[in-house]
Design a protein around this ligand. Structure first.
Ligand code: ADP
Ligand code: GLC
Length: 505
């Protein structure tokens, strides 16, 4: 099969979160199953800087309409393997007026959305549609077009107007981002008028690119089975529950759990951590060396002096270290963490490391804690791939109290790294972590800690339970081992997608 995979971010070219991890590894997993895959994404400035000149060539150039202006879209093809970590050819859509900006693909420097996001991704979707229809002279006819999140939702709607067209699969990575724009954008982009209306892309008088994908794709998938059920209810659907229930009843909405890239997130091979490690005779010996390294790095960054560090190190290594890496947004339950921190500091020995960026108020609070408790809390505000890996390797426990979580990758990474996760029972977290109840411990199936109500009380008691178990060496090792033996590679999920791609429209 020929599969065109369209996305707004892909690791290692550009990343803000898990969508990039998925877009950087699922196409490779599909290619490993002998399918022909093309990955297509905007040629952001940072992406162009990462692509070696010798791996890229111009393969097409054509005009595409924006809002009251015409753009020249250039398709740059990066050969398979031209960027380390991506095994399939990549098509970069180069429209400098829209994408030649550095930094975050969606946000301007002040943290607000780019003013022209609607035009940027509307035009990108038009270009993907042209590629999918093989109308730009590339002689590559897709059987399936797989699009992701609102940024590419319009592709399915545009393709639904075509007589002879590829199948469309739309994956929802997060319902919280609806891609809502004024109706005027719909008109300015000169989209087919028949796409407007309740049965089209209209959402309460607005133009929703998410709805375009949800309603007009042959199949809608989401990134875990539990999230597929959750989004049929108002609490998780942000007003789209009607559309989603309809798609579910038609048998067109399914959940396929994300996988993890075992080349990138594997403690035995990870090049970003201090000491590689794996399970040896049921133990994870080198993990402690990573903990010492991480604490040393973070303390140096913080400006703690050498002698203070040396005198503290022994205590630090003894005390449980709880890590959190993620976008600092409401979704991730950061408010719950802030609510339980004072008690945890007062009543336990636990230390904390936070790596993330997002909401300015959360950033400020976490930084303030790190200042006030200089030898118990370390906060890094910003994006650091290295630190993200080092926290997985160096922390004893990983905290992920998300209020909702479509899939979540970090909890799977932490399982693989022998760092049992503490998670709220929702979405992909519910599908991947087995609570350390007495029964599950006895059965040898427990992998982490789960709380069932997104409240500070539930989180606190679960943290206390986890710290209690941390003190029991044998149970702890068993828990780490159970997690490290889980198989979350992409192969099974990629096969699931292929099965879907093969079905009749
Ligand atoms: P989401 O996609 O909702 O952000 P996921 O758990 O699916 O959540 O994926 C998050 C990905 O982004 C992980 O690979 C995680 O390590 C990474 N990440 C998030 N914030 C940061 C950060 N500040 N620095 C480095 N990596 C980060
Ligand atoms: C989204 C979700 C996250 C998921 C990721 C990749 O960003 O918030 O739960 O793991 O997409 O699918």
């Amino acid at each position: 099969m020929k599969i065109l995979f369209a996305t707004s971010e892909a690791h290692p070219l550009i990343k803000t979160g898990g969508l990039a991890d998925v877009s950087g590894s699922l196409p490779d997993a599909l290619a490993a199953l002998k399918h022909k895959v093309r990955l297509v994404l905007p040629a952001y400035r940072d992406v162009l800087q990462k692509v070696p000149a010798k791996s890229v060539r111009k393969v097409a150039e054509f005009e595409v309409g924006g809002c009251g202006r015409e753009f020249v879209a250039t398709i740059l093809q990066v050969k398979a393997g031209g960027v380390e970590g991506i095994d399939v050819p990549v098509w970069l859509v180069d429209i400098p007026e829209l994408f030649d900006r550095s930094g975050n693909p969606y946000l301007a420097e002040d943290g607000t959305d780019w003013w022209d996001n609607g035009e940027r991704f509307g035009v990108f979707s038009k270009v993907v549609t042209e590629l999918a229809m093989d109308r730009v002279g590339l002689k590559w006819v897709a059987d399936v077009v797989h699009v992701n999140d609102w940024q590419t939702g319009l592709v399915s709607a545009l393709l639904s107007m075509e007589k002879k067209r590829p199948k469309t699969v739309f994956t929802v990575h997060n319902m919280a981002y609806p891609g809502n724009f004024p109706q005027s954008l719909f008109a300015q982009l000169k989209l087919p008028p028949s796409l407007w209306g309740m049965e089209g892309v209209e959402f309460w008088g607005h133009f929703s690119m998410l709805k375009a994908g949800l309603l007009k794709s042959d199949w809608v998938t989401t990134v875990s089975p539990t999230y597929a059920k959750e989004i049929c209810f108002p609490e998780f659907a942000y007003g789209f529950e009607g559309v989603l229930q309809k798609r579910f009843e038609e048998g067109r909405l399914i959940g396929i759990l994300n996988g993890i890239d075992e080349e990138v997130w594997n403690p035995a091979k990870d090049e970003l951590i201090h000491k590689n490690y794996s399970l040896e005779k049921g133990r994870v010996a080198n993990k402690k060396r990573n903990k010492a390294f991480l604490l040393n790095e973070l303390s140096t960054l913080k400006g703690l002096d050498e002698s203070a560090m040396t005198s503290q190190m022994e205590n630090w290594l003894e005390a449980p270290l709880i890590g959190l890496v993620g976008r600092l947004v409401e979704q991730k339950g950061i408010d719950l963490v802030l609510q339980v921190l004072p008690d945890m500091l007062e009543q336990t020995q636990a230390n904390f490391v936070f790596v993330g960026s997002g909401n300015k108020a959360y950033e400020a609070e976490l930084s303030r804690y790190a200042q006030q408790y200089a030898d118990r809390i370390w906060t890094y505000i910003g994006y650091s791939e290295r630190l993200a890996h080092q926290v997985e390797a160096g922390a004893d426990l990983f905290l992920m109290p998300s209020r909702f979580e479509p899939c979540g990758l970090n909890q799977m990474y932490s399982l693989a790294y022998g760092t049992p996760p503490i998670v709220h029972h929702t979405g992909g977290l519910a599908d991947t972590v087995v609570n350390a109840t007495d029964e599950h411990l006895k059965q040898g199936t427990a992998t982490g800690f789960v709380f069932y109500d997104p409240s500070r009380y539930a989180l606190k008691s679960t943290l206390l339970h986890a710290l209690h178990l941390f003190g029991k060496k044998r149970s702890w090792q068993q828990l780490q081992k159970n997690g490290m033996q889980q198989n979350f590679g992409w192969k099974a999920s990629a096969k699931h997608y292929v099965k879907l791609y093969s079905e009749e429209k």
